[in-house]
Write a protein that binds this ligand. Structure first.
Ligand SMILES: *Cc1c(COP(=O)(O)O)cnc(C)c1O
Length: 368
């Protein structure tokens, strides 16, 4: 394997030297005041990544991957009386519905084609028709395809109907805009190891203060019940269970780096520039995008596997050159491949990727 592997999969990401070094800060006990202070600091930073959330939303840190945070969010905040309306147009939206089923929470799914946007007219019609639907669960960036959900429109509908928004922001938090007040955001889930550039093992939920303060009906899960975490982390600073201590060191450093570099708008611009550059090269090689440009997140794009190769060969040829791309999921596999642009990538990485794509295409394509 090449010495440096550049990860172009949607998390975990290529680490900066600073974040990697933070992993070795020391051997800390999770029940000592220095760790409590670290967790408080991380929760503070998470709540100020978006200025509109500061003072109104409070974070809790959870040991587990992004899926754990989404499931904990639903277990803690999806209603038992009334129903949650799930908007699903990919793997992660469908996973939300599967979690609500697993937890026995009443819900209905507004399912859409994986390559289509959420049906806004249907959403409006359902919210208008059924006063029991006052929670809407949706994925901000559907990583299945790279589509950025139109939350401006969905959020405006939530506001108009007084519906609480439950958001899977796992692959968007830190790089895409989040308008908490404008979208009637009740709670969101995020993770350390995507747009924030930490390492895998910690995830988080940010929720409106009134969501934390609401009566506690229990979550139907011991580990995933977020209220005890909230009480503990915003009390003495400890957590009910062992946290991934070293992963917290890395997340703390990654959040500092994120803020120093200019926060989410700077990260969005950085990703947009990277994605545009890769898009341009692939276009020259005749590789066609799955979705129109305007529908895409800044984080990841999907492309159709070109006729001159197949996914396994393309993946292997790029990996040999130090670049890990990502397969399509579910029914979009093996027709597409995905390229994410998160992580600590330098000019040499991007130029190297460009050269690798051109070389792989030149070797694989039949001579004209
Ligand atoms: C990555 C991701 C998740 C969580 O995945 P994990 O593998 O559990 O970290 C959830 N939702 C979206 C949209 C994602 O991209």
């Amino acid at each position: 394997m090449p010495e440096r592997m550049v990860l172009l999969n949607p998390g975990p990401v290529t680490l900066s030297p600073r974040v990697r070094a933070a992993l070795a800060r020391g051997d800390w006990c999770h029940r000592e005041p220095e760790f409590a202070a670290l967790v408080r600091g991380i929760n503070e930073r998470l709540a100020t990544v978006y200025s509109g959330m500061a003072g109104r939303y409070e974070a809790v840190l959870l040991t587990g991957s992004g899926t754990a945070a989404v499931e904990a969010l639903l277990a803690t905040f999806a209603p038992r009386a009334g129903r949650t309306l799930v908007l699903a147009n990919g793997v992660y939206g469908e996973r939300i519905a599967a979690m609500l089923t697993a937890h026995g929470r009443p819900h209905e799914v507004l399912a859409g084609d994986w390559t289509a946007a959420v049906d806004l007219a249907a959403l409006e019609q359902r919210l208008a028709a059924d006063p029991a639907l006052r929670h809407v669960a949706v994925v901000q960036h559907e990583t299945t395809t790279g589509r950025l959900t139109d939350l401006a429109s969905i959020g405006a509908l939530c506001r108009r109907f007084g519906a609480r928004l439950l958001l899977d922001a796992v692959s968007s938090f830190g790089a895409e805009p989040i308008d908490a007040a404008g979208w009637n955001l009740w709670a969101l889930a995020g993770t350390a190891n995507k747009c924030l550039h930490g390492v895998p093992g910690l995830s988080f939920v940010l929720a409106d203060r009134s969501a934390w303060a609401a009566p506690d009906p229990g979550a139907g899960s011991l580990y995933l019940d977020l209220r005890p975490y909230h009480r503990a982390q915003h009390g003495d600073g400890y957590s009910p269970f062992t946290q991934a201590v070293q992963v917290a060191f890395a997340l703390d450093e990654a959040l500092r780096e994120h803020a120093e570099a200019g926060g989410w708008p700077a990260r969005q611009r950085l990703y947009q520039a990277r994605a545009a550059r890769i898009h341009h090269v692939l276009g020259e090689l005749g590789v066609v995008a799955l979705l129109p440009d305007a529908a895409c997140s800044c984080v990841l794009r999907s492309y159709r596997v070109p006729a001159w190769t197949d996914y396994a060969r393309l993946h292997a040829a790029l990996k040999e050159r130090g670049f890990v791309i990502y397969a399509g999921q579910g029914r979009l596999s093996p027709a597409i491949f995905r390229i994410a642009v998160m992580g600590d990538l330098g000019e040499a990485d991007l130029a190297g990727l460009e050269a690798a794509l051109r070389a792989v295409a030149a070797a694989a394509r039949p001579a004209p």
